[in-house]
Design a protein around this ligand. Sequence first.
Ligand code: CP
Length: 307
Amino acid sequence: MSLLSTKHLLGINDITSDDIQLIFKTADNFKQVINRPIKKVPSLRDVTIANVFFENSTRTKISFELAEKRLSADVVNFSSGSSSVKKGETLLDTVNNILAMKVDMVVMRHPAPGAHQFLSRHIDASIINAGDGTHEHPTQALLDAFSLREKMGDLTNKNILIVGDILHSRVALSNIYCLQKLGANVRVCGPPTLLPKHIASLGIAVSHNLEESLEWCDAANMLRIQLERQEDKYFPSLREYSLQYGVTLPMLQRLNKKIILMHPGPINRGVEITSEVADSDQSIILDQVENGVAVRMAVLYLLAAQK
Ligand code: CP
């Protein structure tokens, strides 16, 4: 059996393009499994996985839990809001206490960029990053690229646009690394205030013109405006933002081709995209969610095989 080059999944920056292809090949098989009447395989029987969430989540948390259960793993869920973190326990103590109960793998979301790297230097169990602040969200990027590959085939030389709040987005950085490793051309588009100053140094194109960028791309990933991470005002109003950077159906109809529309969720309907676009046949938003389970099964299965 082929193995990943890493014991943890901390970020896309830390894995190779061969790792990504192996995850995709494995996810292809698991996608078949979860579409069968019996959706469960015994691959991770006797493996215990803790889902440790220090930040809110709908998609990622449910998707990991389903992936673990489809693989027959034993699952425990931890949410910081109802835990002894509230009494002042440190991250390392919290995780070490969970691991002392014979947990084999930790899936963690944490608001601090680098929290997973820190933990990986102190604990033996495999760690999967389910989002660390504004840094990386590797499984989101993998499921995004997997969904694009399903619709477009090989992503080499495909033009992929990422629109919106790049500054606060862990999805953007992981997507940029992942798409580049797969040979795609990447462009980001948004207001200057929401694009990090040195973003072009990653080897991507930068634009502030949405209509022109839509003409350029084969697929557009519309990122959520992360109001909860914005202490300052980065644009005059949500209405102003959506007028300049929101995708509407007439805008798509003016293009001389049919592009793919993506969104990692949760959507601010009427801000990043209108409801008509979100629910149109060009949107693959729910395919992304469906593929998330197969991709996360592949990641868990391949990391467990390292033992
Ligand atoms: N895409 C994503 O990470 O969504 P959740 O915050 O709901 O997990």
